[in-house]
Design a protein around this ligand. Structure first.
Ligand code: ADP
Ligand code: MG
Length: 312
């Protein structure tokens, strides 16, 4: 278990028991779920902190798009459709130009995503943006991490490692290029995929901490292992500047991809691949779930790091 998850588990997993019956799903998934009529409500919160999730030179519109979309990504990873959000904004000073650019970008992205800002909080301090997003999922259709079955196909819905390349390139003084810069600063996950997977997929997660770390959350929650085929994992071609093994490891553990990783029975394969074609989503099968635990890559156990951990 990562130190971050160990911390959450140790200090926060049993707060305020007994569990009230309205809580359908608590800590441990992309979002929590509470009962409401006619469909359950899905709720999630994620925070961006300057110097951790964003660079000091990231523009205001990047903060807006990233803060909103990483949260809507979590909602859609539950198979849910977002409809509203709350904004908690911490900024070092009143800065009209920054606030204008931030709010204009937030408005543009929220309108495009059919969500409305319904509340929040504003304070002065080191820059941090926290968004709480709400969505609905059809009753009984949520894509939980814990529902993968043995012998499922494992899919991803897009390129892995593009935003991670931006971070790597900056650290090495390499020019990251337009494509990787956009992926890092302006994540733009497809929110229509998650809801379309309901009834077809068994389990899903959005890839935020690294493909292997996030897949491992599904595996741990479902008490399974996985066998992956390295050549099937769609690594961003930007990584070709690095030696292959290093490029692969950095791409699959880097995070910030905001694509979905999901599992589905082999019987759903034809339907899913035709859905991918009709939606023009680059959905690929990267392996399958197996009995046991851990990740086998080309039949060798993966013993390296799995992804980003705030506390290691
Ligand atoms: P994600 O990457 O999908 O946003 P996180 O890694 O942020 O998920 O969190 C993992 C799980 O732990 C989620 O279910 C989240 O709600 C829960 N969690 C994280 N931090 C806390 C906390 N301080 N108190 C309670 N639950 C938390
Ligand atoms: Mg998530």
């Amino acid at each position: 278990m990562s130190l971050e998850f160990d911390l959450i588990h140790r200090y926060f997993s049993h707060i305020g028991s007994p569990i009230v019956s309205e809580v359908l799903l608590g800590i441990g998934d992309d979002a929590a779920m509470v009962s409401s009529a006619p469909d359950p409500l899905v709720i999630t919160v994620d925070t961006l902190v300057e110097g951790i999730h964003c660079f000091a030179d990231d523009p205001a519109d990047s903060w807006a798009q990233k803060a909103l979309m990483v949260n809507l990504s979590d909602v859609s990873a539950m198979g849910a459709t977002p409809f509203a959000f709350l904004l908690s904004l911490t900024i070092p000073a009143f800065d009209d130009a920054w606030l204008k650019a931030f709010s204009a970008a937030l408005n543009a992205q929220a309108s495009k995503s059919n969500v409305q800002l319904i509340g929040g909080d504003t304070t002065k301090g080191p820059r941090a943006v926290s968004i709480t997003a709400l969505g609905y999922v059809k009753d009984g259709h949520a894509l939980k991490r814990s529902n993968a079955q043995v012998d499922d196909d494992i899919y991803v819905t897009g390129t892995i490692g593009l935003a991670a390349f931006y971070v790597y390139a900056r650290s090495k003084g390499i020019e990251p290029g337009e494509h990787a810069t956009r992926a890092y600063r302006y994540p733009n996950p497809r929110l229509d995929i998650g809801p379309r997977l309901c009834g077809l997929a068994h389990a899903a997660i959005d890839v935020s901490d690294g493909l292997l770390a996030d897949l491992n959350h599904i595996l741990t929650a479902s008490q399974l292992g996985a066998r992956l085929v390295q050549d099937n994992i769609p690594i961003a071609k930007e990584w070709f500047v690095c030696p292959e093994a290093e490029a692969f490891e950095r791409a699959v553990t880097g995070g910030d991809d905001y694509v979905l990783c999901f599992t589905a029975p082999k019987s759903a394969r034809a339907l899913l691949l035709s859905l991918a074609e009709s939606m023009e989503v680059p959905m690929v099968i990267i392996g399958e779930t197996v009995e046991g635990s851990g990740i086998l890559l080309d039949d060798k156990p993966w013993n390296g790091v799995l992804g980003y951990d705030h506390f290691s």
